[in-house]
Design a binder for this molecule. Structure first.
Ligand code: NAG
Ligand code: NAG
Ligand code: NAG
Ligand code: NAG
Ligand code: NAG
Ligand code: NAG
Ligand code: NAG
Ligand code: NAG
Ligand code: NAG
Ligand code: NAG
Ligand code: NAG
Ligand code: NAG
Length: 792
C-alpha cells in the first residue's frame, strides 16, 4: 500500500497504459485469459457463499458498485455501509506486523524475524495475536501477510515485510500465518501479487510531462510457478480471504489488470475463492480490470471532493452495466467473493466497531465522509501479546559467530554498550516514511525495531537494548558503560571509559529499509564499520548485534576481537528483552538465516533496475526487468555459481550441538502417475493431488551438548537434469525440534507431490521426474551430512 506522502504521481495516472513495446519481445506479452471464473464455494466455503448470494440478491446496482469500490471512511480502506441492510461496511487496515492506523496496539516482529525463527507454531501464534488486535479495533481485513516481494534482490526495500527469498520457506510460513489470523476471525490479504520485487519505479512516474509506466517484471512461466507463484499457492491453500495485486506490470500488463495472472494462474489454476483487491491506486482501468479478474478497487476514487469519489469504478460501474459493456453477473461474482469470507469468518455477528482514536490517523479527512460509520471508544487491544513478541524476537535472532563460547555471557562485571541502535527512540515512535520520523536520513540515535512505510507499526513503547542490558547487568552489580552516538565512538569517545579493558563490549548497528525505495547499501548505516573497528581496537571481546533490514554484509566479521555476531532483524517492541534473553543464555539461540550473507555486496548479482538514464527517460515503456536468472536467487544463485559465502542460507549457531543420523526414505504411494490426475478436483491451492504426501523422509536427531536447545534440521532436494534447470538444491522440508541435553528424537519430513515435481512448461503441469531425486538432510544449505536418493 502506498502512504499518503507519495501521492504526487496520481494526478496523471488515470489512463491505462498496458501496451507493450514491440521492441521488447524476449518475454512476449501476457496472454489473454477470459472470462473471469466464478466462485464455487470449494474448500469449505459453500454455506458462506449461500449467505453471500442472499445478500447480493438484495442489492441495488448503485450499492453493488460501492461494494467493489472503496469509499472514504475511518480506515485506510473502506467498503461503505448499507444501513438499509444492516451492513456496517468493511474496514481494511495495514499491515503485516501491526495494525498501523491505531493506538494502544502491539508492534510484533516483522516477517523476516518470523522467518528466521523457522518455528511454525510461533509464526501461527503471531498470526492469531495480530488478528486479535485487528478485530479488537474493528478491522475486518488485515493487509498482510507478505510473500511479494519474495526477496529476489537483497537491496529490495520491502523484503523484511515478508519471510524469505526461499519460496518453500515463505510458503510454509505464509500458510501458518493465514491459518492463525483467520482462526481469530480476521480476513488475511496476502500481498503483493506478483513480481513486485523492487520499489524503484513500482508506480508510474511523470518525466517532463510524459507518463512513464511502472516497471515490468518479465517472468517466464517456469520461474513463475517454481518460485514466485509458489508461496501464493500456499496462501490460497490456507484459505486467504483476499490477495492484493501489485503496482508493477507483468510482461507489460499492469498487475491489477493482468488476466493471465488473475484469471489464469490465480482463479483457474489455483482455484482461488476469495477476492483480489488492488494495491492503493494500482487500478488503471475500469471494465478492463474487472474483466481481467480484479474484484475490489482500493481505496476507490482519487480526488475526494466532498461526496462521491470520482473513480474509474464506482459510478462508472453502474454506467457500464446499464450501457451493456459490463455483465452484471461478473459484478455479482465480485461481491460473492468479497462477502463469502465475511460470512465464513462470522464477521456478520457482533464484530467490534472501529474506535474513535483511529479517525485522526485515517487516510481520509472526516469532513469528506459520505457515509455514517458507527464508532466506539478507544480500546487497548494489546492483551498479553508482549510475551509472544519477546519470545519470537529471541527465536528470530541468528547467532552467526561465537568464538570460544563467549556467549552466553557469564555475568561480566564491566560491560560496554555502543552504537546508535542501543538507545531509546529520540525522534518519535513511528517509522512511516523516509521523510519523517525514524528514518535513516534524519534519524540517528535510537533503536530500529520495525522498518518504514505502510508495513510499520505505531509503538506504544519500546524496550531499548541499552535499558534491558542495564536492568540485566545491574541485577548482579555489573558496571554498564555506554556511548550511543556513533560519531562520538568514531572520533575517540571511548577514551572516557574506565576501568578498561572491559569484559564484554556489545555494539548495536542498524540498517534502514522502507517501502517506497530500495536499499543503497548492505552495510549497516551510520559509520558502522568505523564504530565496530573503534570498539574492537580496545576490546578483545566485541559482540556485534545487527538490527534492521537484511541481508547485510559484515566487513569486520573476521576481526579477531569480534568474538560474536548476531543478526537480530526487526524484533518489534520487546527488542531489548529479546536480545538480552539470548546474550545471557535464558534463551538458547535457534534462529537460522532465511537468506544468504555474502562476503561482499558485489558478490550478489545485482537485479534492481535503476539508472540515471532510466529515471530521466520519457519512453513510457522504458522500465523492463527480465527475470533472466530464473529460479537462481539467494542460495540457489550462490550454489549454482559454486561461490563462497560468509554465512549460508539455513545457518545459525546454538549454545549446544546436535547430530543427525539414520536417514530413512519411505514411499507413501507406490508408482504415482507422473502428473496429477486431470479428473482430480481443483481445490484452493490447485489440483488436490499436488498436496498429497508421496514420500516420507526420517532421520534421528540428538542433542550432543550440555544444555537444552532447539535444532532446525532441513531437507533439500536436487532434481535430475530432466527438470531443466541449474538449481543445485531446493529446500523442501524443515522442522524445529526442542531437545534436552542428551535427548534423542526423530525428525520427519513429509514430501508432497508438489515438493517433488517440477513445472513442465510444454504440458503446463507439475511433473514428477523419472530419474532419482537426491535428498540431503542437515543443519544448513551447506552443512548436509545425510544423503540419499529417492525415485518416485
Ligand atoms: C510472460 O512471458 C513469458 C515468455 O513468453 C511467459 O512464459 C509467461 O507465461 C508470461 N507471463 C505472464 C504473466 O504473462
Ligand atoms: C458465472 O455465473 C454466471 C451465472 O451466475 C454465468 O452467467 C457466467 O457464465 C458464469 N461465468 C463463468 C466464467 O463461468
Ligand atoms: C444488525 O446487526 C447487528 C450487529 O451487527 C445485530 O446485532 C442485529 O441483530 C442486526 N439486525 C438485524 C435486523 O438484522
Ligand atoms: C526535460 O526537460 C528539460 C528542461 O526543459 C530538458 O533540459 C531535458 O532535455 C528534457 N529531457 C527529456 C528526456 O526530454
Ligand atoms: C468515471 O470515471 C471518470 C474518470 O475517472 C471520472 O471523471 C468520472 O467522475 C467517473 N464517473 C462516475 C459516475 O463516477
Ligand atoms: C459504457 O460505460 C463505460 C463506463 O462509463 C464507458 O467507459 C463506456 O465507453 C460506455 N460504453 C458505451 C457503449 O457507451
Ligand atoms: C447519516 O446520518 C444522518 C443523521 O442521522 C442522516 O440524515 C443521513 O441520511 C445519514 N447518511 C447516510 C449516507 O446514511
Ligand atoms: C580461543 O581459544 C583459543 C584456544 O584456547 C585461544 O588460542 C584463542 O586466543 C581464543 N580466542 C579468543 C578470541 O579468545
Ligand atoms: C561518520 O562519522 C563522522 C565523524 O567521524 C561524522 O562526521 C559523520 O557525520 C558520520 N556519518 C554518518 C553517516 O554517521
Ligand atoms: C584487540 O584488542 C586488543 C586490546 O584488548 C588490542 O591490543 C588489539 O589491537 C585489538 N585487535 C584489533 C584487530 O583490533
Ligand atoms: C568488495 O568488492 C569490491 C569490488 O571487488 C572491493 O572493491 C571491496 O574492497 C570489497 N569489499 C570487501 C569488504 O571485501
Ligand atoms: C537509483 O539510481 C539513482 C541515480 O543513479 C541513484 O541516485 C539512487 O541512489 C539509486 N537508488 C538505489 C536504491 O540504488
Amino acid at each position: 500500500m502506498l502512504h499518503s506522502t507519495s501521492l504526487a504521481w496520481l494526478a496523471l495516472a488515470t489512463a491505462s497504459h498496458a501496451q507493450f513495446d514491440i521492441e521488447h519481445t524476449q518475454y512476449g506479452t501476457s496472454p489473454p485469459v477470459y472470462p473471469s471464473p466464478n466462485i464455487t464455494g470449494d474448500g469449505g466455503w459453500a454455506a458462506a457463499l449461500e449467505k453471500a448470494k442472499a445478500f447480493v440478491a438484495q442489492l441495488k446496482l448503485d450499492e453493488k458498485a460501492f461494494m467493489i469500490t472503496g469509499s472514504d471512511g475511518p480506515c485506510v480502506g473502506n467498503i461503505a455501509p448499507i444501513a438499509r441492510l444492516n451492513f456496517s461496511g468493511l474496514c481494511l487496515q495495514d499491515g503485516p506486523l501491526a495494525i498501523r492506523q491505531a493506538v494502544l496496539t502491539s508492534v510484533f516482529p516483522a516477517g523476516i524475524t518470523a522467518a528466521a525463527s523457522w518455528d511454525r507454531e510461533l509464526v501461527k501464534q503471531r498470526g492469531v495475536q495480530l488478528a486479535e488486535e485487528f478485530k479488537g479495533k474493528g478491522s475486518h481485513i488485515a493487509l498482510g501477510p507478505v510473500v511479494g516481494p519474495l526477496g529476489r534482490e537483497p537491496f529490495g526495500g520491502r523484503n523484511w515485510e515478508g519471510f524469505s527469498p526461499d519460496a518453500y520457506l515463505s510458503g510454509v510460513l505464509v500458510e501458518e500465518t493465514i491459518l492463525g489470523m483467520q482462526s481469530a476471525g480476521v480476513q488475511a490479504c496476502t500481498k503483493h501479487y506478483i513480481g513486485n520485487e523492487q520499489e524503484i519505479q513500482r508506480n508510474p512516474s511523470t518525466v517532463n510531462g510524459t507518463l512513464v509506466d511502472s516497471i515490468s517484471a518479465n517472468i517466464d512461466d517456469k520461474t513463475m510457478h517454481e518460485t514466485y507463484l509458489w508461496p501464493f499457492a500456499n496462501a490460497v491453500k490456507a484459505g486467504t480471504a483476499s490477495l492484493m495485486c501489485s503496482y508493477n506490470r507483468l510482461n507489460g500488463s499492469y498487475g491489477c489488470q493482468n488476466s493471465k495472472t488473475l484469471n489464469g494462474l490465480l482463479k483457474d489454476e489455483l482455484g482461488f475463492q476469495g477476492y483480489v483487491m488492488s494495491d492503493w491506486m494500482a487500478t488503471h482501468s475500469g471494465v478492463a480490470a474487472i474483466e481481467a479478474g480484479l474484484d475490489m478497487n482500493m481505496p476507490g476514487g482519487i480526488g475526494f471532493s466532498g461526496g462521491a469519489p470520482a473513480s474509474l469504478w464506482g459510478g462508472n460501474v453502474s454506467v457500464a452495466v446499464n450501457n451493456g459493456s459490463l455483465a452484471i453477473e461478473r459484478v455479482d461474482d465480485m461481491i460473492h467473493r468479497i462477502m463469502t469470507p465475511y460470512y465464513h469468518l462470522g464477521q456478520d455477528l457482533n464484530f467490534p466497531v472501529v474506535d474513535e482514536s483511529t479517525v485522526p490517523l485515517s487516510f481520509f479527512s472526516r469532513a469528506n465522509w459520505k457515509y455514517n460509520y458507527t464508532l466506539g471508544p478507544m480500546v487497548d487491544v494489546r492483551a498479553e501479546h508482549a510475551k509472544l513478541i519477546r519470545e519470537l524476537g529471541a527465536a528470530g535472532t541468528v547467532l552467526l559467530k561465537n568464538v570460544n563460547n563467549t556467549l552466553p555471557l557469564k555475568k561480566p562485571k564491566n560491560i560496554g554498550v555502543f552504537g546508535n541502535d542501543a538507545a531509546d527512540f529520540t525522534n518519535g515512535q513511528y517509522t512511516l516514511s523516509i521523510s519523517s520520523g525514524l528514518a535513516s536520513g534524519d534519524y540517528d540515535i535510537g533503536t530500529l525495531a520495525a522498518g518504514g512505510g505502510s508495513g510499520t507499526g505505531r509503538f506504544t513503547y519500546v524496550v531499548p537494548p541499552l535499558d534491558a542490558i542495564k536492568a540485566r547487568g545491574q541485577s548482579y552489580g555489573a558496571l554498564i558503560q555506554y556511548v550511543t552516538d556513533n560519531s562520538a565512538v568514531a572520533v575517540g569517545g571511548l577514551s572516557s571509559l574506565s576501568p578498561t579493558p572491559l569484559d564484554a563490549c556489545i555494539v548495536f548497528l542498524k540498517s534502514w529499509a522502507s517501502e517506497g525505495d530500495d536499499r543503497t547499501t548492505l552495510i549497516a548505516e551510520w559509520n558502522s564499520t568505523v564504530v565496530v573497528e573503534a570498539v574492537a581496537s580496545t576490546c578483545a571481546n566485541t559482540i556485534v548485534v545487527l538490527h534492521g533490514a537484511s541481508p547485510n554484509v559484515l566487513p569486520w566479521k573476521d576481526n579477531a576481537n569480534v568474538t560474536a555476531i548476531l543478526a537480530a532483524h526487526f524484533p518489534g517492541q520487546e527488542t531489548g528483552n529479546s536480545i538480552v534473553d539470548v546474550l545471557w543464555g535464558d534463551v538458547n539461540p535457534s534462529g537460522k538465516l532465511p537468506y544468504t550473507i555474502a562476503n561482499n555486496e558485489t558478490d550478489y548479482d545485482l537485479k534492481i533496475v535503476n539508472s540515471t538514464e532510466l529515471l530521466e527517460s520519457t519512453n513510457p515503456n522504458a522500465w523492463q526487468d527480465d527475470f533472466k536468472e530464473g529460479n537462481l536467487i539467494d542460495y540457489k544463485e550462490f550454489d549454482a555459481a559454486n561461490k563462497s559465502v560468509a554465512y549460508e542460507f539455513g545457518f545459525g549457531l546454538s549454545y549446544t550441538t546436535f547430530e543427525l543420523s539414520d536417514l530413512q526414505i519411505q514411499a507413501a504411494v507406490s508408482k504415482p502417475s507422473r502428473i496429477p490426475s486431470s479428473s482430480a478436483k481443483i481445490v484452493p491451492g490447485g489440483n488436490e493431488e499436488l498436496w498429497q504426501t508421496l514420500v516420507t523422509v526420517c532421520a534421528s536427531i540428538k542433542n550432543t551438548g550440555a544444555v537444552e536447545g532447539a535444532a532446525v534440521p532441513q531437507l533439500y532436494v536436487s532434481f535430475p537434469a530432466e527438470a531443466g534447470e541449474k538449481t543445485v538444491r531446493s529446500l523442501r522440508g524443515f522442522d524445529k525440534i526442542f531437545l534436552a541435553a542428551g535427548e534423542v528424537s526423530t525428525v520427519e519430513f513429509p514430501l508432497m507431490r508438489r515438493d517433488l515435481s517440477y513445472w513442465d512448461v510444454a504440458t503446463q503441469n507439475w511433473r514428477l521426474p523419472s530419474e532419482p531425486i537426491t535428498v540431503d538432510v542437515g543443519f544448513s544449505s551447506r552443512d548436509l551430512k545425510l544423503n540419499g536418493k529417492l525415485t518416485v
